[in-house]
Design a protein around this ligand. Structure first.
Ligand code: NAP
Length: 267
């Protein structure tokens, strides 16, 4: 047998013995919960890596390995999946992180890796809520003056510039990290905080700042739901930016459903 065949044979046997590698695309509380659930269920029988974009300064701790930073597009992600011999991808990114989900779908097809999309359950509007759905941050900025003059803005950093046109609105802007530079808004105050929040604390924050309109994304999930309960309690209108279209499935809507899907794929 030639040396090359021997090395390849050894490599294939080592690969066969290696525990399956699971890549979780993260950036959400659910990604951390999924990593924890997988480690609790399978322990060292699998290798879990969570991938973060690297947008926040101090991400919470994750069980398993963590890699940080973009892959460099679809082809580079497909190369990563092949090079790292990833067995399965769980896309647990934020519902508004549409680009990475689209890339992951294409990369997984290219590298023939099964992929599951975690679809965070959306929030449901109650009878006492005053939600106004808009398609984008730009639409929210256009509509904003009809609803109030003191806005609580909780859409993250990416699309704040859309609100630069709201010259007569004062903004309370909440972000995970304090921004290094000034924001493109006429008048504002920034607070840095990471959920979960309580409805009582959210109500007191909104009352203290005399908030008369809340602007947020239809993110869903428990971490940031409390602001909607507070808005309901004080009769505050909500400009809610609709989710981008979901990329193709399969989907899971709970951590348990992810574990169930994995147990079928890994056997
Ligand atoms: P995005 O527009 O969908 O993605 C932009 C690029 O960032 C991707 O093409 C990819 O770069 C990189 N990227 C995103 N998520 C990544 C991950 N988990 N691991 C490695 N690279 C990743 O994403 P975004 O809206 O800027 O959000 C960035 C991250 O923050 C996401 O992971 C998301 O889960 C989290 N997050 C987003 C929001 C939101 O409202 N958008 C809210 C909370 C948390 P390459 O093309 O170079 O691979």
């Amino acid at each position: 047998m030639c040396l090359w065949s021997h090395v390849m044979g050894l490599f294939c046997r080592m690969s066969a013995l290696e525990p399956p590698k699971i890549l979780i695309l993260g950036g959400t509380a659910e990604a951390a919960a999924i990593a924890q659930a997988i480690v609790s269920r399978w322990g060292e029988d699998v290798q879990v890596t969570t991938s973060l974009a690297g947008r926040t300064l101090a991400p919470p701790a994750f069980p398993g390995a963590v890699r940080v930073g973009g892959f460099g597009g679809v082809n580079a992600m497909a190369d990563y999946l092949r090079d790292e011999r990833i067995a399965v991808v769980i896309d647990a990114t934020h519902p508004f992180a549409a680009q990475i989900s689209e890339n992951a779908q294409a990369a997984c097809v290219s590298a023939s890796v099964p992929r599951l999309l975690f679809d965070r359950p959306p929030w449901e509007q109650g009878d006492e809520d005053r939600w106004h759905m808009v398609e984008s941050a730009t639409q929210a900025a256009t509509a904003l003056p009809q609803f109030g003059q003191r806005a609580f803005l909780t859409i993250g950093r990416g699309e704040l510039a859309a609100f630069a046109t709201c010259r007569d609105t004062w903004f309370l802007v909440r972000m995970v990290d304090m921004p290094a530079d000034s924001l493109p808004l006429a008048a504002y105050e920034v607070i840095a905080a990471r959920g979960p929040f309580t409805a009582e604390a959210e109500q007191s924050l909104m009352e203290r700042h005399k908030i008369d309109v809340l602007v947020c994304k239809a993110s869903g999930g428990d971490m940031t739901r409390a602001k909607l309960l507070a808005a309901r309690a004080i009769g505050c209108p909500v400009l809610m930016i609709s989710r981008p279209e979901l990329s193709d499935g399969p989907y899971a809507r709970s951590v348990d459903a992810v574990v169930q899907w994995l147990s079928e794929v890994l056997t």
